[in-house]
Design a protein around this ligand. Structure first.
Ligand SMILES: [Zn+2]
Length: 243
């Protein structure tokens, strides 16, 4: 008889005694509430940073969708975006600036919103001849307008043409991981052969359902050759303005 067999039979008898006396306290079965569920977008228990180029696009109201594409028409989702619930629609519009300069086939993103808005990169705004300011999405007061043309009609926007300011979507678990909260600024470092860059002023947009994703525009993405980048790092800005 080997030592191992003796040990095993002793252990078995001890376990049997414990079960009979009701003293087996250590053996708990896992309860559903103790199961670990990763926050949205996390992989292997960690945030998974994604940096995406947000190419020029348009957001529309329900009313403008009908004017541009026809009475009763709704946006048709063509491709889901990384952020759950958002999509690139099948529909596109022509964006027309002053002196008849225009950008054809500008993608509409859904779902619809309370105000229509055109988001361009700096190069787009130069080619359109519109002096679009850098603004965060939805902050369109006092911005220039343009004309949108669709297959069923056109819309004159009095305002809403912006260069979308760089920002990072994240959920509250991501925010806690980075030690930031909604409205804070972060820094994004892109390591890329011969054109590495550090982006300051990356605004935190925290939301329960968001996945960790930085949005930069086409000019910003091209400047650091994002597609060929070897590393992306997001850090909290060393802001001394807060007490
Ligand atoms: Zn975004």
């Amino acid at each position: 008889m080997s030592v191992t067999q003796i040990d095993r039979s002793r252990i078995e008898s001890l376990v049997r005694q414990a079960i009979q006396s009701g003293n087996l306290v250590g053996a708990t079965s896992p309860s559903p509430t103790s199961a670990i569920v990763d926050p949205p977008g996390w992989i292997d228990g960690k945030p998974n940073l994604r940096v995406s180029i947000s190419a020029r696009h348009v957001h529309l109201t329900d009313e403008h969708v009908e004017v541009l594409f026809g009475s009763g028409v709704k946006l048709e989702p063509e491709k889901d975006l990384y952020q759950d619930g958002f999509y690139a629609a099948k529909q596109t519009v022509m964006v027309v600036g002053p002196r008849r300069r225009m950008l054809p086939n500008v993608r509409v993103l859904g779902p619809t919103r309370g105000a229509s808005q055109v988001e361009l990169a700096f190069t787009d705004s130069i080619s359109l001849g519109i002096d679009a300011p850098v603004r965060h999405s939805g902050k369109i007061e006092g911005t220039p307008g343009c004309v949108l043309v669709g297959p069923a009609g056109s819309v004159q926007l009095q305002q809403g043409v912006i260069r979308a300011a760089r920002h990072v979507h994240m959920n509250f678990a991501d925010a806690e991981h980075f030690g930031v909260s909604n409205g804070d600024m972060m820094q994004l470092k892109i390591t890329s052969n011969d054109c590495s860059m550090v982006f300051e002023d990356v605004l935190v947009r925290a939301d329960a359902a968001a996945k960790l994703e930085v949005h930069i525009d086409t000019d910003e993405g091209n400047a650091c050759n994002l597609d060929a980048a070897s590393k992306v790092e997001l850090t909290k800005s060393g802001c001394k303005c807060k007490g």
